[in-house]
Design a protein around this ligand. Structure first.
Ligand code: GLU
Length: 449
């Protein structure tokens, strides 16, 4: 574990005490506080008015019951969450996750990360996150709809285009956003397009939103590689996951000349030495809503499915963890380093454990933290809000070129901040400090709130 500045230690102790048992939130808070030691010595004013302690405490945490009726006419109960973390820079903004692992600690860590991530985009959005322990796996379309409607019957009173703007995350895509938007519209009797992002194109969604997180991650890696005088061309890449982020990260890697040989889901990974056939993955995941194992059955040729195996055993030069938190641990990092990895970027939120991050950094592997590398999704959500507010709809090319520009700016901000604070090449430190300073300056200007 890295050391923490002695002035920040009491703040961390308070966070641990106040949020006991919330391991993921502790992990995320510790990482940011570790980076802030250098800020405190340079800018003691951030110590005034308990600003850092306030930044670690969500503005509001909402927990609610979500009752719904399944296809067998049985009543089911889930728990819903929305953590409105920080609104210093704009309305709370962040996705909704439906996954059985969801609890208040997970949503809090995601909301905390989101606050700094959103600040890094340079766009006027605060940070928040929501979700439920509902498991969409195996549910019928009607069950998904009834669940989303019940979730929104409670959530609607807490959100709004100037208040809090949810979007998708794991288990929540355009279908779920559509069901939630429909219920919000009905409950409020107003077509408030900017209340949710990730909407379908026909009713106010943005082009390139679906692709944005994955594309953005790869744009970030391109900048990071360029900084070290190299590029994607001919490089062997491994991308974990096979959801929205993974699929479009793979697409952009291929466009930039990289060779993606493996991707995964929670049951295992597929290896295809001919290069992953993305159209097939899209068919399996986006159309059939199937499992990645189906790939080997549908694809003739040189591919295999490794059930329960770790995708990080596959040798590669570039690794993009795009599945979920803590999916890549110290042992995985050692294997990747031994196999010659040169760059790792987090397409998911906090997929690498602290030990893995340290090992990469010590070994001189380029490492991009999620709050910088996966900010393209939320950035494009902010572009969707912008289009909604001006009742406009941009072309794919225009939206993507804004995304590219934003990702380049985020890369440069992280890179330059790391240099300014005496840690060249440390993108973790650069991202944490650059994000923190923006939120802190806005909070400072507003007095003790
Ligand atoms: N869930 C995404 C994230 O982790 C996107 C959030 C959004 O678009 O608001 O950043």
């Amino acid at each position: 574990m890295n050391s923490i500045d002695e002035k920040l230690q009491p703040i961390l102790s308070t966070v641990l005490h106040r949020n006991s048992g919330e391991a993921e939130f502790h992990q995320a808070a510790r990482e940011v506080l570790e980076s802030l030691g250098r800020v405190v010595s340079k800018h003691p004013e951030y110590f005034d008015e308990a600003l850092i302690e306030r930044i670690c405490e969500p503005e509001r945490q909402i927990i609610f019951r979500v009752p719904w009726i399944d296809d067998n006419n049985q009543v089911q109960i889930n728990r819903g969450f929305r953590v409105q973390f920080n609104s210093a820079l704009g309305p709370y903004k962040g996705g909704i996750r439906f996954h059985p692992s969801v609890n208040v600690g997970i949503i809090k860590f995601l909301g905390f990360e989101q606050t700094f991530k959103n600040a890094l985009t340079g766009l006027p959005i605060g940070g928040g996150k929501g979700g439920s322990d509902f498991d969409p796996k195996g549910k019928s379309d009607r069950e998904i709809m009834r669940f989303c409607q019940s979730f929104m019957i409670e959530l609607h009173r807490h959100i709004g285009e100037y208040v809090d703007v949810p979007a998708g995350d794991i288990g929540v895509g355009a279908r779920e956003i559509g069901y939630m938007f429909g219920m919000y519209k009905r409950l409020n009797n107003r077509f408030e397009a900017g209340v949710l992002t990730g909407k379908g194109l026909v009713y106010g969604g943005s082009r390139a939103r679906k692709e944005a997180t994955g594309f953005g991650t790869v744009y970030f890696v391109r900048s990071m590689l360029a900084q070290s005088g190299t590029d994607f061309d001919g490089k062997r890449c491994v991308v974990s996951g096979s959801g929205n982020v993974a699929i479009y990260a793979m697409e952009k890697v291929q466009e930039f000349g990289g060779r993606v040989v493996a991707c995964s889901d929670s049951s295992g990974y597929i290896l295809d030495e001919d290069g992953i056939d993305l159209e097939l993955v899209k068919q399996i995941k986006e159309v059939n809503r199937g499992r990645i194992a189906d790939y080997v059955e549908l694809k003739r040729g040189n591919s295999k499915f490794v059930k329960g195996g770790s995708i990080w055993d596959v040798p590669c030069e570039i690794a993009l963890p795009c599945a979920t938190q803590n999916e890549l641990n110290g042992a995985n990092a050692k294997t990747l380093i031994k196999n010659g990895v040169i760059a790792v970027a987090e397409g998911a939120n906090m997929p690498c454990t602290p030990e893995a991050v340290q090992l990469f950094q010590k070994a001189g592997v380029l490492f991009a933290p999620g709050k910088a590398a996966n900010a393209g999704g939320v950035a494009t959500s902010a572009l969707e809000m912008q289009q909604n507010a001006s009742r406009d709809s941009w072309s794919f090319a225009k939206t993507e070129s804004r995304l590219e520009e934003i990702m380049t700016n985020i890369h440069d901000a992280c890179h330059n901040t790391a240099e300014e604070y005496g840690a060249p090449g440390d993108y973790v430190l650069g991202a944490n400090i650059a994000g923190f300073v923006r939120v802190a300056d806005a909070m400072h200007a507003m007095g003790v709130i």
